[in-house]
Write a protein that binds this ligand. Structure first.
Ligand SMILES: [Fe+2]
Ligand SMILES: [Fe+2]
Length: 182
């Protein structure tokens, strides 16, 4: 798998969870009571995977290609800003859910708003990379570049991490589907 195809696969997987969370927002707005533990697990998983693994890999890739073209520099720096904003809003949402799990009184509307913003921001960001960055990168980067950058960012450099994530992802996905259909 190439680096970009690996990042793309991450996007596909994250989007699947975001789609279900999107449905969850609609259900919550209609008055259904959430399973807070499951919500904490899913948002926590996305935070851990996106902030802890996926975005750092992208940031390193963007750093490698900095200075190649103004167009690419512009979209890459927008993207790095988005990574920073997402980190903050994800943490805010995680804190809110954690507060609820520890009996803090949080208006349901606040939670719904934060969750809806989280889902939209993540989706917009993924879409931005897929449509504004990857195609430009494809245009700018040579095979020699990819060889070099992939040596610096080996795919599946930590197979145990990958395997653990895959297991966790599958289990969460099944549980979310069950929850949304109940
Ligand atoms: Fe990203
Ligand atoms: Fe991404």
């Amino acid at each position: 798998m190439t680096l970009v195809s690996e990042l793309h696969q991450d996007h596909v997987n994250l989007n699947k969870l975001l789609e279900i969370l999107d449905k969850k927002v609609i259900k919550l707005k209609a008055g259904s009571r959430p399973n807070f533990n499951l919500m904490a697990d899913v948002v926590g998983y996305i935070a851990k995977y996106a902030e802890g693994y996926h975005h750092p890999r992208e940031d390193k890739m963007y750093a490698f290609f900095k200075g190649r073209s103004n167009e690419l520099d512009d979209v890459m720096s927008q993207c790095e800003d988005q990574h920073r904003v997402l980190k903050g809003s994800t943490q805010t949402l995680l804190n809110t859910i954690d507060g609820i799990l520890h009996d803090a009184v949080v208006p349901m509307n606040d939670l719904i708003e934060q969750l809806a913003a989280f889902v939209i921001n993540e989706k917009v960001h993924i879409n931005f990379e897929e449509t504004e960055i990857f195609p430009v990168l494809d245009h700018v980067a040579t095979n020699a570049d990819w060889e070099k950058v992939e040596k610096e960012l080996p795919v599946e450099s930590d197979p145990l991490f990958g395997e653990k994530q895959a297991e966790e992802y599958k289990a969460l996905y099944v549980e979310l589907m069950r929850d949304i259909n109940s």
